[in-house]
Design a binder for this molecule. Structure first.
Ligand code: ADP
Length: 254
């Protein structure tokens, strides 16, 4: 089966000489839920930018369902849905219009975009808010709308960049149940970044930990805990990051 995402030996140096990624490899199988964890400045946004075509990547290193992100960017754009970290929603559009416009941008017919918008509003329990503008929605609803928007054009790979940042505990748990449903009902492969370790523990089948542009641990939650020590993923994470700082962790879990 062709993986949803295949990244091999990816390096990135910005024009000012900053080396953001060093030989990063990551494979997300079709239908997988993969967590990308790392401190600020570790290279997560750079990696996401290279998948979504916002940051230049060398050809042959980033493939989405077998399509090269550099040589076949149009195809890759339709296959990927990105829910960005910051909530940017046009305040002059209603929630439904936000979704329909996004679908139209991706070339969907008016009827198809409308139908899909209604489906997304139903999945994310926003039906009653179809005619409401984003600035009148609660924080949790805005987050849901942002994820719904990323999925309107039926991408097969969803990239969720810190979808629950700054959201209170109750809302975070609520969002988790939406993400679980999303994966089950829409059969979407998901790459998630988060600073909440318990979120990765609850949702992700596999996890990559990145520090200073290098993957320093990779595996299931159980594998990472078995290798680096628990009892929680948070304990393993702190050990991995601390060890990486002192050069003690250089291998990746097979
Ligand atoms: P994260 O998303 O994990 O916070 P980033 O990918 O944003 O990490 O950053 C990785 C490294 O690349 C950091 O050292 C950051 O300062 C640097 N960086 C990010 N974007 C640019 C850019 N446009 N030009 C130069 N350096 C950058």
């Amino acid at each position: 089966m062709i993986p949803a995402l295949e990244i091999t030996d990816l390096d990135k140096a910005y024009d000012d000489g900053t080396r953001a990624l060093h030989g990063v490899s990551l494979t997300l199988p079709d239908g997988g839920f993969h967590g990308l964890l790392g401190p600020n400045g570790s290279g997560k946004s750079t990696l996401i930018g290279m998948i979504t075509g916002l940051v230049r990547a060398p050809a042959g290193h980033v493939k989405v369902f077998g399509h090269d992100a550099v040589t076949d960017p149009r195809r890759v754009r339709t296959l990927v849905g990105l829910a960005p970290q910051e909530v940017h929603l046009d305040r002059f559009l209603t929630a439904r219009e936000v979704l329909v416009f996004h679908g139209r941008y991706f070339g969907m017919t008016k009827a198809d975009a409308g139908e899909r918008a209604d489906e997304m509003l139903a999945i994310f329990d926003l039906e009653g808010k179809a005619g409401t503008r984003p600035n009148r929605l609660s924080g949790g609803m805005r987050r849901r709308l942002l994820i719904a928007r990323a999925l309107v054009h039926r991408p097969r790979l969803a990239i969720l960049d810190e979808p629950t940042a700054g959201v209170d505990l109750e809302l975070r748990h609520e969002l988790w149940s939406y993400l679980t449903r999303l994966r089950e009902e829409q059969r979407t492969s998901i790459l998630l970044t988060t600073h909440y370790l318990e979120e990765a523990e609850a949702l992700c089948g596999r996890i990559s930990m990145i520090r200073a542009g290098r993957i320093v641990a990779e595996g299931t939650v159980e594998e990472i805990i078995a290798r680096f020590g628990g009892p929680r993923l948070e304990d393993a994470y702190l050990r991995v990051m601390h060890g990486a700082m002192h050069g003690a962790v250089s291998e990746v879990t097979p």
